[in-house]
Ligand binder design. Structure first.
Ligand code: SF4
Ligand code: SF4
Length: 168
């Protein structure tokens, strides 16, 4: 296990209050309140998802312990924001976890479900493509017709910001 100082600096620079991350004292309140930690620990035991470990490893520059074959380590976070609310040091954990997820995509190591969801958005400009059943239901409930998005516009945008290249 080696320390990646460049990665460590990137994490520090990414966090809005860069001083704050230095003050994580590993109290574990984030992990104790994280719903994913609770559920994944039931399934995987001690190898479940753990936000405290991620903060520690990011803080120490232990990149190899974060970007592993186990997608759960960083992609287990559902961004519910509970950890942000309970951290006594006001550390924006989800901000750091977003950075870790972005790094994972940069390295082409994101999980398959993320690529398929991104592709669905690229193809239809919607996270959930329209289906006749959904439209019928909306009509029955008296909701207005769904506005058809401009797929070309979205695709141009995604290409211009370089996101399209990251789709597998
Ligand atoms: S709750 Fe905050 S201070 Fe405590 S371990 Fe988690 S990140 Fe660190
Ligand atoms: S935001 Fe992520 S890490 Fe934080 S409590 Fe929710 S699932 Fe857990």
């Amino acid at each position: 296990m080696s320390i990646d100082f460049e990665f460590r600096k990137l994490v520090m620079d990414f966090h809005q209050g860069s001083d704050l991350i230095k003050y994580c004292y590993q109290c574990s309140r984030c992990a104790d309140n994280c719903p994913v930690t609770k559920v994944s620990a039931d399934f995987y035991g001690t190898t479940g998802y753990n936000p405290r470990n991620n903060i520690l490893n990011a803080l120490l520059g232990y990149k190899d312990l974060i970007f592993t074959e186990d997608e759960l380590i960083i992609w287990g976070c559902t961004v519910c924001d509970t950890c942000d609310e309970v951290c006594p040091q006001d550390i924006e954990l989800t901000e750091i976890f977003t950075f870790l997820k972005n790094q994972s995509i940069e390295q082409g190591k994101g999980p398959e479900f993320i690529y398929s969801q991104a592709k669905a958005i690229f193809d239809s400009a919607k996270a959930i493509p329209s289906q006749p059943a959904i439209e019928r239901r909306r009509e029955q409930m008296g909701l207005p017709a769904i506005v058809i998005p401009d797929v070309n516009e979205l695709q141009t945008l995604l290409k211009n910001i370089g996101a399209a290249k990251k789709l597998k």
